[in-house]
Design a protein around this ligand. Structure first.
Ligand code: SF4
Ligand code: SF4
Length: 438
């Protein structure tokens, strides 16, 4: 490999807990809770009412905004409520609650799109939007927006299968068990982008999946497999672009500014399934793992399934729980109520035990500089922390606090155990509230 990015860390990846556990379909729950906001961009407005009958794949919420995607029913049944419900972000968010009739009746709109996409590859863009496909690696940015800005501009299409977050193995298992579906999804997008070749970037800790992909891609000229040395946060978009191409996305810039477009591997799987079967983004693979889970596993779940059902399916807790995270241990967020639902971007539910809590009372900076060495965005986390304590917005702006990608490398490296990411997240909120209103 010729390129690398600055900083980064090598945490214990913990992937051995779930990496050999096959993807198992989880029975749909009696009731799903589907928030109208599961993506970056405008929230949807519900298009159904309490008492309505709905079918799988039916649109139940939409917005007219370009940066948004419709929301679909993941089960068939009756709408039990349209009201604010607790979201994994800790807020109450308008949601459609559906009592499952266990018939899995498909909406009439759920049909194969193979012929139309083969006749006109450009129609894929609108299909991706209408079927609610967003960045499934956790970013949840609407895929049609990303692809619109790349068509005719990007010369390099990268598929992100780095899956650098510790413990998470959902992309790994998808690549291992469903390589053809991922590769076909990549090829559909390649035709839309009118590019001759894609680069599938996988970290080297997925050797079984890599062996299968090498076999599938032997002699194929349209998808190049790149095996990357394991390093966190390699799956962050800017860092991945630099590793794969050597190009650096400028501060505040987008991948398209350096001719790149990046899509997550599971998103490609979702595109393929949508084209072939017509099913929108109503299911996803979730890794349920961590030292606090009795039987770590990978589950194929309906969007809207309460997290507690995933925890039960993975054997429940294995000890005194300290925290439950949605997403990885580095960039995921804590959830405090297991009734919250799985979202389109949920790639993991991780549980940690009380004896693994690294928090320290009165954390102190010893000026060791490790956070600066670890920061892949060339920031100075110790000073960002100091300015945030003083609410010094000018200082935070001077040190480019908004460039922080909240990867957690600084906090992981800090011997003083300062809550650096929380402080920088708050710093960004201070900057936003101090900015002149448009
Ligand atoms: S969380 Fe932000 S400041 Fe800390 S290492 Fe990552 S990018 Fe740098
Ligand atoms: S790593 Fe922690 S202790 Fe060291 S300089 Fe950074 S904030 Fe201070």
């Amino acid at each position: 490999m010729r390129h690398s990015f600055y900083g980064g860390i090598h945490p214990d990846d913990g992937k051995r807990l779930a990496s050999s556990s096959p993807i198992t379909p989880l029975a749909a729950p009696d009731q799903v809770i589907i928030p109208m906001s599961m993506h970056i961009g405008a929230a949807c407005t519900p298009t159904v009412q309490k008492g309505d009958t709905v079918k799988v794949g039916q649109i139940i919420g939409r917005s007219d905004a370009f940066v948004s995607v419709p929301v679909h029913a993941s089960v068939s049944g009756t709408v039990a409520a349209v009201e604010p419900r607790l979201h994994p972000n800790g807020q109450k968010v308008m949601s459609v609650v559906i009592d499952n009739d266990r018939q899995d009746t498909m909406d009439e709109s759920v049909r194969s799109h193979v012929e139309e996409v083969e006749a006109d590859p450009k129609c894929l863009l609108n299909l991706i939007k209408e079927n609610g496909i967003v960045g499934m690696g956790g970013a949840t940015f609407p895929t049609h927006v990303k692809l619109s800005s790349a068509i005719g501009k990007a010369d390099t299409f990268i598929i992100n299968a780095a899956e650098c977050e510790p413990y998470i193995t959902s992309d790994h298992r998808t690549l291992l068990e469903h390589p053809d579906e991922v590769l076909d999804g990549i090829r559909y997008v390649l035709r839309l982008l009118q590019l001759p070749k894609a680069i599938l970037a996988v970290e080297g800790n997925k050797q079984d999946a890599i062996a299968g992909l090498k076999e599938k891609l032997a002699g194929a000229g349209d998808i190049e497999l790149q095996v990357l040395r394991v390093r966190y946060p390699q799956g962050a978009e800017k860092q991945l672009i630099q590793t794969v191409t050597g190009r650096q996305v400028p501060p505040g810039g987008l991948p398209a500014d350096v001719g790149c477009v990046v899509m997550n591997a599971f998103t490609c799987w979702s595109v393929n399934r949508m084209v072939k079967t017509g099913l929108p983004a109503v299911e996803r693979v979730v890794t349920v793992s961590g030292p606090g889970i009795a039987a770590p596993t990978n589950l194929l779940c309906r969007v809207g399934t309460p997290v507690k059902e995933l925890v039960e399916a993975a054997g429940g807790f294995s000890g005194e729980t300290d925290k439950v995270l949605m997403g990885g241990p580095m960039m995921g967020s804590a959830i405090f109520d297991l009734s919250v639902p799985v979202l389109r971007g949920t790639n993991g539910v991780l549980v940690f035990l009380a004896d693994q809590n690294r928090a320290k009372e009165n954390p102190t900076c010893i000026r060791c500089g490790r956070c600066v060495e670890a920061c892949p965005m060339h920031l100075q986390p110790l000073y960002l922390y100091a300015y945030e304590r003083k609410s010094d917005v000018a200082g935070l702006n001077r040190l480019n606090a908004t460039d922080c990608i909240e990867c957690g490398c600084c906090a992981y490296s800090c011997p003083g155990r300062l809550q650096l990411v929380q402080a920088i997240r708050h710093a960004k909120a201070l900057i936003k509230s101090a900015a002149p209103k448009k």
